[in-house]
Design a protein around this ligand. Structure first.
Ligand SMILES: [Zn+2]
Length: 274
């Protein structure tokens, strides 16, 4: 029996021996961290037979953990690349990141960063943002900074235009394209709103976003007062959009400012300006 024990010790020790490892009290120890690589295990259902089992020393545990983290990070990067390909429909949207921000509007940058940080709360109260004003690039830049940062947190975001979504639906109905499913996304960004034709399909898309309570982020040359059209078709679509975009931010070419009020009440105001 004791011979069996020693034989098992020797055979198992040989399997995990590295340069520098040494025997101490008949057990193999790691030459780096000095932890034992073996232990005695009593098997109750086999007449309390003693088995020598291999242990992972600290170095091996750390090596395995590092490998596990590397695999998880590779998987995370694969998921992020998928979200970028499917959510950011134009390459120009992918370049708009907080790291490329020139800090010309630190208040807006801060609010956008807070929006990302507190996205769960924004979802809970269904609060989106309207970026408006005459700036040619600023509005899309900030909206896409939020989209890119959310995607880095593995939140599926779609950035598109209402016109493109309408075209996609029309083509999909003819069997000429796969329909973009809004269900796949937790946040929708519609760029350059206000120039599109208002059709029933356009209304259906906005209605779908409205009913699903997904946060909606809009960029538009038109401000809140200009989006209040008198014709019924535009009125009913923009009223919903204005309701969903509780935070309204004026972006100008040189200098921008936050609109004084955030309409979703004190909660959103406190979260985003803190
Ligand atoms: Zn070790």
């Amino acid at each position: 029996m004791f011979t069996d024990f020693l034989m098992e010790l020797n055979s198992r020790a040989a399997l995990i021996r590295n340069d520098g490892d040494y025997l101490k009290d008949d057990f193999l120890h790691c030459g780096v961290c000095n932890e034992p690589k073996q232990a005695v295990k009593i098997i109750p259902f086999a007449n309390n037979k003693k088995l020598i089992v291999n242990l992972q020393c600290r170095c091996e545990r750390e090596k395995e953990e590092k490998y596990r983290l590397e695999l998880a990070e590779q998987e995370r990067q694969r998921r992020i690349q998928y979200l970028i390909r499917h959510g950011l429909t134009y390459p120009k949207y992918r370049e708009c990141k907080f790291s490329a921000d020139d800090q010309r509007n630190p208040d807006i940058t801060k609010l956008c960063c807070n929006y990302v940080r507190h996205f769960q709360e924004m979802q809970d109260i269904n609060n989106g943002i309207l970026f408006y004003g005459d700036s040619s690039k600023g509005k899309t830049f900030y909206a896409c900074c939020i989209a890119n940062a959310l995607i880095q947190r593995e939140v599926p975001v779609l950035v598109s235009t209402l016109s493109n979504l309408v075209q996609n639906r029309v083509k999909a109905m003819k069997g000429e394209a796969y329909e973009i499913s809004l269900n796949e996304f937790k946040c929708i960004v519609l760029d350059d709103l206000g120039t599109e034709n208002i059709t029933q399909t356009a209304f259906n898309i906005i209605d779908e976003i409205y009913l699903s309570k997904k946060p909606l982020i809009i960029t538009s040359n038109l401000g809140p007062s200009q989006l209040k059209f008198s014709d019924m078709e535009r009125k009913r679509i923009y009223e919903r959009i204005l309701e969903m975009c509780g935070t309204k931010i004026l972006v100008k070419n040189n200098k921008s400012r936050l609109q004084s009020g955030i309409e979703k009440g004190k909660t959103a105001d406190n979260i985003l300006k803190s």
